[in-house]
Structures are given as C-alpha cells and as structure tokens.
Write a protein that binds this ligand. Structure first.
Ligand SMILES: [Fe+2]
Ligand SMILES: [Fe+2]
Length: 190
C-alpha cells in the first residue's frame, strides 16, 4: 500500500496523539532499518499499522482473542498487551496485509519475543524510543540505538520490566523471553 494511503487509513483509527506517535515510530524505524538492514517497505508498513488496534474496546479485543484462537493467556492481561496481537489479526482481516514478517513485527511490538528478527527488533525499539517518547532512561536507549540494535533492545526491555514491577503490574511471559533472548544475544563470549 502507498504510504500516504496507509497513513490516511490508520489515522481514522487513532487519536491525534497516537497518530503523531505513529509518525515518530515510522521515522525512527526507517532510520534503524537503514542502520541495521531491514526491508524498508516492510518496516514502513509495520510502523504505520503497529498501533492499529490501540483504541478498540477491551471487550472487542478479548472477543477476538477467544474466537480467533490467539494465546488464551492474553485474557489475563490488559489493553497494553492485547492491542499488539489483536492488531496483527485486524490488520490482516480489515486491511488485507498478509506479509507474515510485517504481521509478526506488529504482533510482537509491545512484548518482543525470544529470537526476534531484525524487523521485529526495529519496530519494538522504534516504538520505545521515537522522538515523542519522554520518560526516564529513554535518552540512553536512543544513544545505544545508534550503536547496537541488540543492546538497545535489551536496555528497553529491562526498563520496561523494571517499570512494570515498580507499578505493581504483571509481566507477560514473552517480555521475559525477550529479556532472556537478548541477554544471550548480547553476552560477550568468554
Ligand atoms: Fe503499541
Ligand atoms: Fe506504539
């Protein structure tokens, strides 16, 4: 899909704030794709549609998880976790995007997973560091993102886990898999 048409399409599903965030993810992810070698068109599509389901009601998302056979443990978590896998499902069904790599990058953009490919890492990281994000620690991750994709993703997931624990929130198991996977990938071999 043409970039402008894709942006127009997604804009209808987002608040202004979330649309600006999406533009930030698009810009940042294309820079990361250039730096680390991900497909530009796939990066563009995944970035534009990554938060497609963000404003669906929790009930609708839960119904989709139940009916469409998504992992049922998702039902134990809130919209922050649900919107990513549900988004991948809806982008396929409603927009007609069938590229499995794009859908996977959308699916895992919040939690990550073990053994992410470059496109998945690029979208995961861009979502975390895009220029409109402002929270403690983000600047350090932005700096690292220019140097090493894996260690920047590791910093991001560590911050997320710390944040969730401080907020007394549960941690979806894939987030821990992301942490463990990136620990292995970034470990200096002795
Ligand atoms: Fe998201
Ligand atoms: Fe996002």
């Amino acid at each position: 899909m043409d970039r402008n048409l894709a942006l127009e399409t997604v804009k209808k599903h987002l608040t202004e704030h979330r649309y600006v965030h999406t533009l930030g993810v698009l810009e940042t992810s294309l820079k990361l794709a250039q730096l680390y070698g991900a497909d530009f068109k796939k990066t563009e599509t995944a970035a534009i549609f990554h938060d497609y389901a963000k404003f669906r009601s929790k009930d609708e998302m839960r119904e989709i998880v139940k009916k469409e056979n998504l992992p049922q443990d998702l039902l134990l978590y809130g919209s922050e976790v649900l919107h990513a896998p549900v988004g991948a499902f809806l982008v396929k069904k409603e927009i007609g995007i069938y590229d499995e790599e794009v859908l996977s990058a959308i699916y895992y953009h919040t939690t990550g997973k073990g053994n992410m490919n470059t496109l998945e890492k690029v979208i995961f990281l861009a979502d975390y560091i895009e220029p409109n994000r402002q929270f403690p620690g983000v600047e350090e991750v932005r700096e690292e993102a220019g140097k090493n994709l894996d260690s920047a993703c590791l910093m991001a997931v560590k911050n997320t886990i710390n944040f969730l624990m401080r907020q007394n929130q549960k941690i979806y198991p894939l987030t821990l898999e992301t942490y463990n996977g990136l620990m292995d990938e970034t470990q200096v071999k002795k």
